[in-house]
Design a binder for this molecule. Structure first.
Ligand code: UDP
Length: 403
């Protein structure tokens, strides 16, 4: 076996985003999916993968060996209950001590940290055990601050600590080209950045198979955590110009809890104010297994955030053969091919959103052609199998560079 074929011992660190978590809540979304799918695809390539995530429930057992060939270790750092991710920084030293102890017993070949706080814990532990560290940020504090201003609840020190990590960590696996520009502005050496996108499983998110039933001639679907920056209000405000369509918004807490969710309330008020409440349906969170069927029920997926570090939902939609109307920001500048697999529009523009969606709804050929092109694009470039191969190359590079 040559070195390039050697089985790797991979330690993934994902402090708040467990690959086993229930999705849809404020802090559970794309990162959980990315860590789970990447761990699974790397394990399928024969590697030993352990994901370290914070123990956030007293009932969690110390180690879970998943059916997908990787293990999850629940790290006792902070109270064993759900704590908002913006309050977790104080527990990172304990997280790092745990990693250091474990890695002292069995040193992994490489550590892959997801999100900035995981990077702090992983680099602290790795220093003692000389483990090379690859960092994926998934989101950057400077971008969040730029868009959210005073609404940003990140710890005071985030930007300083994250910038420092940006400059010092062995390698950065950015998820899109736009992030590379941000990282370089923060002082990162571009020679030690690779772009490795998130992915999708084309078999799970298939373009054939059952579709959920709809209530109107046309259906628009929007999916994401129910937070203002996802820009669901932009699509709601576009609805008066799209009279033949219903809008289904998926994500947030379970449907039974939507009445007490502030963002759900805000969106429902906007829908009422626009006179479209009867055509806007909030579904709450749905299980991942139900997602392909729901996406296939749409004529178009609207992804209209203010900003988006990557955006897995547009890939899932394309994989299901559905066109995407997306804000021209972040990862979607790479994933959505403008006028081929969907349309790119300026963020926060209900008028542009309505025009782009109407163009797809009124022409079935456009819908079919764009859907087919989207499917081809993801199977070509974004299957997790391929993303895992690229990630593995990054690991081998960093192992050589840091040796
Ligand atoms: N998701 C889900 N159920 C929900 C809402 C979202 O399974 O009710 C999944 C969705 O299919 C996608 C992920 O959560 O895989 C969201 O990832 P994305 O990158 O689009 O957004 P993020 O959460 O990272 O902002």
């Amino acid at each position: 076996m040559t070195t390039r074929d050697a089985v790797l011992d991979i330690a993934m660190v994902s402090e708040h985003a467990s690959p086993l978590a229930h999705l849809g809540g404020v802090d559970a979304g794309g990162q959980n999916v990315a860590v789970a799918e990447l761990a699974k695809a790397l394990a399928a390539r024969g590697h030993r993968v352990v994901v370290y995530t914070r123990r956030d429930d007293p009932d969690l057992i110390a180690r879970v060996d998943t059916a997908h060939g990787y293990s999850v270790v629940h790290v006792p750092a902070g109270p064993p209950r759900n704590v908002p991710k913006d309050e977790l920084l104080q527990y990172m030293p304990a997280f790092a001590r745990f990693l250091s102890e474990r890695w002292g017993q069995r040193r992994p070949d490489v550590a892959h940290a997801h999100f900035w706080m995981s990077g702090l814990a992983a680099t602290a532990a790795a220093r003692r055990q000389a483990v090379p560290v690859v960092q994926t940020f998934h989101a950057l504090g400077v971008v969040k601050r730029r868009h959210q201003g005073r609404e940003d609840t990140s710890p005071e020190d985030r930007i300083r600590l994250e910038t420092n990590l940006t400059r010092c960590v062995d390698w950065v696996a950015a998820t899109c080209t736009d992030e590379v520009a941000e990282l370089v502005r923060l002082g990162r050496d571009p020679a030690r950045i690779s772009v490795v996108p998130c992915g999708v499983d084309p078999a799970e998110f298939s373009d054939t198979g059952p579709a959920a039933t709809r209530g109107k001639p046309h259906r628009i679907v929007a999916v994401g955590r129910l937070v203002p920056r996802k820009g669901f209000d932009t699509v709601i405000r576009a609805m008066p110009r799209l009279p033949s369509a219903e809008l289904v918004i998926v994500g947030g807490p379970d449907k039974s809890e939507l009445d007490t969710d502030p963002e759900a309330q805000r969106l429902q008020q906007i829908a009422a104010h626009c006179g479209v409440a009867d055509r806007v349906h909030l579904y709450g969170a749905i299980a991942r297994e139900e997602m392909p069927m729901l996406l296939r029920s749409a004529d178009v997926i609207a992804a209209t955030p203010w900003y988006e570090p990557f955006g897995i939902v547009p890939l899932e939609a394309m994989s299901c053969g559905v066109p995407v109307v997306a804000s021209a920001v972040g990862g979607m500048l790479d994933t959505v091919a403008a006028d081929v697999t969907g349309r790119l529009i300026p963020p926060r523009s209900p008028r542009a959103c309505a025009a782009a969606i109407a163009g797809i709804l009124t022409d079935p050929t456009v819908r079919t052609t764009m859907g087919g092109a989207g499917r081809a694009r993801v199977t070509d470039r974004y299957a997790w199998r391929r993303v895992a191969e690229d990630t593995e190359s990054v690991y081998r590079t960093v192992m050589e560079v840091v040796r």
